[in-house]
Design a protein around this ligand. Sequence first.
Ligand code: NA7
Length: 541
Amino acid sequence: AAQPDVVEVDAVVIGGGFAGLYSVHVLSNKLGLDVQAFDNAGDVGGTWYWNRYPGARSDTEVNAYCYFFDEKLYREWKWSERYPRQTEILSYLNHVADRYDLRKNYQFSTQVESVVFDEESSRWTVTTDKGQRFSARFLIEAVGLLSATNVPEFPGQERFKGEMYHTARWPHEQVDLAGKRVGVIGTGSSGIQVISELAPIAEHLTVFQRTPQWVVPSRHRPIDPDLLDRIHGDYAGYHREVLYSTTAFGFPESAISAESVDEAARHDAFEKVYDDGGGFQYMFKAFNDVGTSLVANKAATDVIEKKIRETVKDPAVAELLVPTELYAKRPLCCDNYYESYNYPTTTLVDVKANPIVEFTEKGIRAGDTEYELDVIVLATGFDAVSGNQLRIFQQGRQGLSLQDKWRDRPYTYLGTMTAGFPNLYMVYGPMGPFTNQPPVHEAQVNWIGDAIQHTLEIGARTLEPTQKAEDDWMELCDEGAAQTLFPRVNSWINGANIPGKPVVNYFYMGGNAAYMDFMDADRASRFGDHFLTDGEPAKVE
Ligand code: NA7
């Protein structure tokens, strides 16, 4: 049979979320490249296209959960809420796609199945599930940190006669859960939003909890007009503040160690940030060492534990909701979460003590009890960080596949490139910074744009990190993470949520300001020391 025609383009971008859209903007509108983009979703939006579950909203303050590249856009788009709902963020991303004419570059409902580097031509062959082939010099994977869904298999799952949805594959048609008997499996960020939204309206809500998590209120309210005035008054300054911080969440982080003050002062400080709301705020606004000091960590959880016991009326239920782990997962926030357990129509099932035995025609059997349900919501999370990259077959130099290279763990340089895979860029790939994403995506895409421009300017065919640059980066990441408490608790952050996945460090935890400095240093060196051009060490000019 004849080979399908190969379409030649300058660049392929995979992903139509925050990162992919901006990648297309930079490559197409700024660098003037011919860009073909794909997303397996039916339209733009990335995570906000898929996560349409009841209660879905950003739990990052929106003044830092948006694009910064165009001040006019920032000023003109009026967010209605401090933590906008999924529908509003999706409207924003649609507006961005139209405003910068990005949609024309996309082919939607298309899964990229493989990307293979050809050493002779120094080009990537990109194959889609539609049987198409594209040949591109540059490849940008903006495939999402939390995108590949984790759908555990439960015995008898196919027998269940009701409806069942994963939070991140929620149907587009309206699913009315009011007056229904709903079961929710999972109590992470997604689960707690679903639970808080459904508790008041479900006929009965059954929560299947395996591991309780520390949750603080978000204290939803309108955006503070004074804050907006301040941002608009010094836009560049604020943008810089966001990027040159530890977490890029757009609020001032504390520089004080909890160990430097007495117990009463610690307690007061956590009460204050608790009252103000926000998960990352709770972890980073009162003190700078909640993620590294056991003393700080305990003080933080003491206050949350007290609040759980004050809020939840049934002491036995409160007991089940109080975690026994350190506060070292992705910090959660949601209004009315613990209040959800005060409805007589909410049942909390501890599936550690009473494991889910099977799904039945009518519901779920956990321990000795069958819970009858109309709808099951799987809020069971994602094969995070490396999951989506590994679902695409990727082959770099000398026939080495990413699947083989990353068998024991993912290896990257700056979370944006991996040795042996020339001109292949990742936005927020493994070993990238542990931060709020949208402003950092943008900073990474700017760096990627500069790297591509540099490659074109010097007339090179390829740019890739040296093995040493990658080894040094990995070491730095691991040293940094080892100083934190995060490796001590199992979660998607270290791969422990997926059976068989390597449980390792997946992040650079040294803060975004330092991360920006690394990117700036590469620019200053004109992508010198850490890179190979056309497979050779960069020439010293
Ligand atoms: P998470 O945070 O990974 O939470 C998944 C939840 O599902 C968590 O409570 C898990 O319990 C639970 N889970 C997963 N598999 C099972 C099985 N087999 N049985 C029972 N319970 C299970 O995912 P989210 O979608 O909430 O949030 C992910 C990120 O997306 C979030 O941090 C935001 O950044 C956006 P476990 O803790 O493993 O015992």
